[in-house]
Design a protein around this ligand. Structure first.
Ligand SMILES: *[C@@H]1O[C@H](CO)[C@@H](O)[C@H](O)[C@H]1NC(C)=O
Ligand SMILES: *[C@@H]1O[C@H](CO)[C@@H](O)[C@H](O)[C@H]1NC(C)=O
Ligand SMILES: *[C@@H]1O[C@H](CO)[C@@H](O)[C@H](O)[C@H]1NC(C)=O
Ligand SMILES: [Mn+2]
Length: 599
């Protein structure tokens, strides 16, 4: 009898625990904010009180992480040899050149070389060392990969599909959908369908009846997709080792999440595979050029963890199917291409989602040498798209785009009432929230209103007042010097300089900047193309001391009047030759130094 009670109690405890775990699992997987969840949460709290959890190991089991690497495949890859294998640069032999020009012209990259490289070539595993031992949730959602293409070259298209199939766990990869946007190359239809049916059964092509453009082609693919997560790829890409789990885990943890891989470079001439950089946060300037912002200090501390990115690069990303459609997919009124990466990024952030870049997921991409296709253009469709996005999402910030491109105001956006209604129904946050919370450092680098200059004109030495800084009419890499001041003498000289809001010192009318790369004492000042203030090109004018201070390891501009030599050296309060009179200084701007441009 006693034993039976014990059994019953044990049963009750176990089933209680099971309920708790199921509920916790449900929450982890869905993490949505429906009423149902709140009810469930009540049950969890109650149950947890009644049945104290004795076995924490089982809780961990729900969050169980595993090593997803396919070592068998990785080792097979490591043994491969041949042209382009291991991502090494490849070349055509002299007897293989005959299609080089013809194929280059229609593709914008060396497609003849692509034909010589295996579809399943090995790419180098250039992930951060820490990625190689990283584990991910055992339970991950399924994936539909969507690859829109128009006249993509046969082997680059098939290499995209092949790499995805080979480097994805097969139970996660539900399908790959190639969306043929009305290609005219003769292999794009039946030969492609036949090839896929015979050789890549998880991959299928859908053929759009009329040219629809990139945005509508992606939407067409998304409508066909049946898995829990959509991954969009360009049609000339290569998935790298273990690319999928790092994209999927953040989505498994919160479905309102978009995750982008690191995009590597497949060189257009040699197909060499290399990294672009070690990551950056996506952004834009006020002409809507895609830009990048540096990682934040906390991102740098965790080089293998996903970091928040304000704007996606556009072509390659993963998003839960549910969230994508909650956001209405892309705005269907966007034509061909252009602006869609901004639209989706703004929507994701403003409407309660989040976006990450995952450093441990890498995908190679051929950046073409040039765009080979004429735009199926209808006037300034890109401008029209931009205006549409700006009108719906950017509130008062739209004006900064229009200030730079006044003709946008005359473009007809078409009907945007559906988009505005969506914004309202999802209760999306204002653009100012996005700018202040997510892209908070964007205005420092890309100010909505371009500031004026800190100062301009001649730079005259106080120790030798007849001498002025002179560019010596030098060009790139030339050494800057000092000469007799030319102002008022009628002599020709190049003594007009600008301390711009970028905090660099420019030869007036040129994009050549004063640059000091030599860390030694009395280092020369040379001219170098401006690269936006940082490091070797950072200058600050100290009005009080009349110093030009260079760099983060501050040194002062100084000269030797006898030898007519200009250099930087340790700042010295007592030196007269370190003092310079800068002709026109905007004191208001100098006083606001910390709030203008980058720090
Ligand atoms: C399947 O792939 C092989 C090897 O690349 C190729 O020779 C064959 O033509 C393909 N099958 C079809 C039906 O395209
Ligand atoms: C420098 O250039 C500006 C604008 O071109 C001009 O107004 C100014 O007089 C010039 N100053 C000197 C010292 O040449
Ligand atoms: C100095 O800068 C301020 C702030 O940018 C600007 O409003 C003002 O017009 C400038 N003054 C001159 C003389 O350029
Ligand atoms: Mn591309």
């Amino acid at each position: 009898m006693r034993r039976n009670i014990k059994h019953i109690l044990k049963f009750l405890v176990l089933s209680g625990v099971t309920v708790v775990f199921t509920v916790v699992l449900f929450r982890i997987l869905t993490n949505n904010r429906l009423n149902v969840v709140d009810k469930v949460k009540d049950i969890v709290n109650r149950d947890a009180g009644v049945f104290p959890v004795e076995e924490p190991n089982q809780l961990i089991a729900l969050n169980e992480k595993i090593d997803w690497h396919n070592y068998k495949y990785i080792n097979k890859d490591k043994a491969r040899t041949g042209p382009g294998e291991q991502g090494r640069p490849a070349y055509l032999n002299t007897n293989e050149q005959k299609n080089y020009d013809k194929l280059y012209k229609v593709n914008g990259f060396n497609a003849a070389l692509s034909d010589k490289i295996a579809l399943d070539r090995a790419v180098p595993d250039i992930r951060h060392e820490g990625c190689k031992s990283k584990k991910y949730l055992k339970k991950l959602p399924t994936v539909s990969v969507i690859v829109p293409f128009h006249n993509e070259h046969w082997t680059t298209l098939l290499r995209t599909a092949t790499s995805v199939v080979n480097r994805s766990p097969s139970h996660l990869l539900k399908e790959v959908i190639l969306v043929d946007d009305c290609s005219t190359k003769d292999f794009s239809r039946k030969p492609l369908d036949d090839y896929l049916a015979a050789n890549l059964t998880k991959v299928r092509a859908i053929h759009l009846p009329e040219r629809s453009g990139l945005i509508r082609a992606r939407l067409a693919g998304a409508r066909e997709a049946t898995a829990e997560v959509l991954i969009f790829l360009d049609s000339h890409t290569e998935a790298n080792v273990n690319w999928l789990p790092p994209l999927l885990e953040p989505i498994a943890q919160d479905y309102r999440t978009c995750v982008c891989p690191f995009i590597d470079v497949v060189q257009y001439e040699t197909f060499e595979y290399r990294s672009q950089d070690e990551g950056a946060r996506g952004a834009f300037d006020w002409e809507f050029y895609y830009k990048r912002l540096p990682l934040l200090p906390e991102d740098l501390k965790h080089p293998t963890e996903p970091f928040k990115s304000p704007i996606m690069a556009g072509g390659l990303f993963a998003i839960s199917t549910k969230f994508f459609w909650e956001l209405g997919g892309y705005d269907e009124g966007l034509d061909i291409w252009g602006g869609e990466q901004y639209e989706l990024s703004f929507k994701i952030w403003q409407c309660g989602g989040q976006m990450y870049d995952a450093p441990c997921s890498r995908v190679g991409h051929i950046y073409r040498k040039y765009a080979p296709f004429p735009n199926p253009g209808k006037g300034d469709f890109v401008g029209r798209n931009y205006r549409r996005v700006a009108e719906v999402w950017m509130d008062e910030y739209a004006q900064y785009l229009y200030n730079r491109r006044p003709h946008y105001k005359n473009l007809d956006t078409g009907d945007i009432s559906k988009q505005k209604a969506l914004r309202k129904s999802l209760n999306c946050k204002p653009f100012s929230w996005f700018m202040k919370t997510i892209a908070f450092d964007l205005p420092l680098k890309y100010p909505p209103i371009e500031p004026g200059d800190f100062g301009t004109g001649e730079i005259r030495n106080l120790g030798a007042p007849e001498l002025c800084v002179d560019s010596m009419r030098k060009d790139r890499d030339g050494v800057v010097g000092i000469q007799e001041c030319a102002k008022g003498t009628g002599k020709k000289a190049d003594q007009n300089f600008t301390l711009t809001w970028h905090k660099d010192l420019r030869v007036r009318g040129k994009t050549l900047c004063f640059d000091v790369s030599d860390p030694n004492d009395k280092a020369d000042v040379t001219l170098y193309p401006c690269h936006g203030s940082q490091g070797n090109q950072y200058w600050k004018y100290n009005v009080e001391k009349q110093w030009f201070v260079h760099g983060g390891n501050p040194r002062c501009l100084d000269c030797d009047p006898g030898k007519k030599r200009l250099y930087v050296t340790t700042c010295d309060e007592n030196s007269k030759t370190q003092k310079w009179r800068f002709e026109n200084v905007n004191l208001t701007m100098i006083a606001d130094w910390e709030n203008i441009g980058v720090k």
